[in-house]
Each structure stands twice: as structure tokens, then as C-alpha cells.
Write a protein that binds this ligand. Sequence first.
Ligand SMILES: Nc1ncnc2c1ncn2[C@@H]1O[C@H](COP(=O)(O)OP(=O)(O)OP(=O)(O)O)[C@@H](O)[C@H]1O
Ligand SMILES: [Mg+2]
Length: 198
Amino acid sequence: MAKETGLKETIRRKLKSLRDSITEKERRLKSRLIKKNLFGLKEFKNANTVMFFVSFGSEIETINMIKKALGSKKKVVVPCVMKNPKRIIAVEITNPDTELDVSTYGILEPKNRTKEVLPGKIDLVLVPGLGFDSSGMRVGYGGGYYDLWLKNFSIEKRIGAGFDFQVISKIPAEENDLRLGKIVTDKRVIDCSTTERR
Ligand SMILES: Nc1ncnc2c1ncn2[C@@H]1O[C@H](COP(=O)(O)OP(=O)(O)OP(=O)(O)O)[C@@H](O)[C@H]1O
Ligand SMILES: [Mg+2]
């Protein structure tokens, strides 16, 4: 196992348990602040089609972001995780209350996958993560799904979203890891393009 891989595992474990330890109230409160920062972003304002993720476990709460975006006439797409070959597809939703169902992975996904939207039609991708650093590096659950998916997008379209305590000084990078252009937290918006990778 490469040195980076082991380090990433340690970071994943630590940040996962930290995130799992916050209260529901805190999670809701911080998620509202993340929403405010996201909706204030010019890249977000200019985006017609936005890819959100549907929160799972202790991730930031995105349901209200999705509803607000739909209410402001944006097209919303969310990921469906596919096997063989391993990939993400983006599917349009118009009502998260009725169109989602728990997938085999335990994540809420569109029941009906007919409204697939190709990456070229997506203006901004909100990227989840267990950890981020200010150079735009991220660590997810370890599936490599987002790394594969993000190859379809230029860096300005990749926006990380997470709690501020998930931003640590350095995430070890491996060859396939892709950087984010900005990271939105409950405390700030980090412009990763102005930060040198240390
Ligand atoms: N573009 C890619 N092509 C092929 N394999 C990849 C690619 N990106 C990542 N992988 C593989 O996927 C596995 C997990 O990658 P990594 O540890 O970076 O996960 P992660 O970034 O935490 O997951 P995710 O992107 O799903 O949030 C690794 O074995 C990695 O080699
Ligand atoms: Mg990765």
C-alpha cells in the first residue's frame, strides 16, 4: 500500500468520526450557513444546471439547497452510482420529496433514471467529501467515484461543500485525485486557485 493511501485512510477515519459526532441541531445550523455562502457565489448564481449530492449520514444537509435551487428556476441533477463499469451518472429531479428512493448503497437516488443529463450540460458540481484542504484537494469515502466523474469538468465547475472543521492543513494526493476550484463551508469560501499546493 502506498504511503498516501495509508495516510488517507487515517484522515478518512478521523474526519468521519468527527463529523459523526456533531449534533443534528449543529448540522442543520451549519448547513444553513453553507447554503447561504453557496447561493452567494457568482459561479452558483450564473449556473443554470447544478449538480447537488443528496446527503447521506452526517454529511451537510443539502435538501433545502436543492429545494431553493428548484424554486429559483435552476435545473437540478443528482448522482446515481452505477457498477460495471464503476461510474456516476447525473439524473434530473424536479421534486426531491417524491422522486428519490434509498438505493442499494443506502443513499437517496432518483427512482427513475430516464432523465440523465450529460456532463456537458452541467454548469456546476457540488462535491461532497470527508476532508478538504485549501489547495482544493479532497478525500471522499474511498470509492474513486467522484474522481472519475470530475474528469468531465474544468476546475472552476468543481465546488467542494463541507463543514469548516473538515478543512485540514493537507490532504495527501494520489495520481487520480482531482482538485476543486472553490470550497464552501459554514465559515468561508476558499478560493483554491489562489492557494499553492504545499
Ligand atoms: N480516474 C480514475 N481512474 C481509475 N481509478 C481511479 C480513478 N480515480 C480514482 N480511482 C481509484 O479509486 C480508488 C479510490 O480513490 P480515492 O482513494 O481517491 O477515493 P476518494 O477520492 O476518497 O473517493 P470518491 O472520489 O468516491 O469520493 C483508488 O483505488 C483509485 O486508484
Ligand atoms: Mg480521490
